[in-house]
Design a protein around this ligand. Sequence first.
Ligand code: HEC
Ligand code: HEC
Length: 327
Amino acid sequence: MNNLILLLLILTCSIATDHALANEPLGTPDIEDMVLYDDEENTPEEAALGKILFFDKRLSVNFKQSCATCHHPKKGFSDGVAFGEGTKKNPLGRNTPHLYNLGWGSTFMWDGREPDLESQALGPIKSEDEMMLPIPELEKRLNAVPEYKRLFKEAYNVTNITSLEVGRAIAAFERTIYVDNTPFDQYIAGNKKAMSKPAIRGLALYKTKGNCIQCHDGVNFTDDSFHSLGFKDGDIGRAKISKDQTQLGAFKTPGLRNIELSAPYMHNGSQATLLDVIEFYDIGGGGAKHTDKLIKPLNLTQQEKKDLVAFLQALTQPLNITAPKVP
Ligand code: HEC
Ligand code: HEC
């Protein structure tokens, strides 16, 4: 009898753990939950300075490229092409991701090689593929501009600008690039008219037959984890960083807020439209041996495909972010 009670206890516990591992509910992100640097709130001065840096072509070796060249606010903070090019017109190996709602993220880049926004920001500046500017040269350039001296003093109380503050300011700006009042947010807040009928059906499919919620869950529609959709393009993705062969071809699950604005899609830019993305999932992904077991043929009807697209479009809230004056 005692053994039976023990068995029951073990069973209940394992059910409870399974539940904890289940998907996070969809919802509206809370600013209080953003991941911050040293737990410190960003100030408006930092974010305003970061915005100027984001648009400043001084951050590239030949003064031709800013962050916004590739992550353009008018192109969903991406560049509208499958593969962009670096400041010397060299072709890039992966698609430029959007930057929406990254303030809640815990891993960055398609393969998750950067742990926070602060360290990520310096990557493209010094990268041999992108802006190609050595960090000492970056610091020299910024220290030579009196207006930057003033702005960095105001934001960080420093007289000598270093890359540390550059990363912090850019990250502070990136945390302001978010949407939390899309038709979907209004709908779940109780305004049943905020989403169209197809979008409402799409939301239901997203959680059931479409299986999307298995990976695109939580308030920003991402599990911040890595999965392989089975592309056969030779990019091993996360496995290169983790050295874990079970992560061959796995990439970070992108958040889906404002996803309508940043076509084409996937790490290789292979899907031109949201309908193409759905068709790709419908046939069970790219078919490589390392495809995640959560990816299976979906047998969606034409109407269901359109409904899913309508739902993804209900995650759109255009932001009006324009280029500031660069000193
Ligand atoms: C030449 C084009 C280009 C420029 C310039 C560029 N990026 Fe990127 N960015 C990319 C590409 C491509 C990736 C994905 C690369 C990868 O994952 O291997 C990326 C990834 C990112 C990510 C990760 C997004 C995510 O969802 O994980 C952030 C954040 C980012 N860039 C911010 C910046 C900032 C800040 C700057 C300026 C300092 C910048 N980028 C300059 C092309 C560019
Ligand atoms: C097994 C986890 C998983 C499932 C299930 C899944 N996705 Fe994804 N999704 C990902 C990953 C990982 C990527 C990026 C893959 C890559 O680039 O190789 C992605 C990419 C996308 C993109 C492109 C995003 C961008 O910025 O390029 C869209 C849109 C998308 N998924 C929507 C959906 C929808 C809709 C469903 C349900 C029909 C779905 N996903 C099911 C993990 C998943």
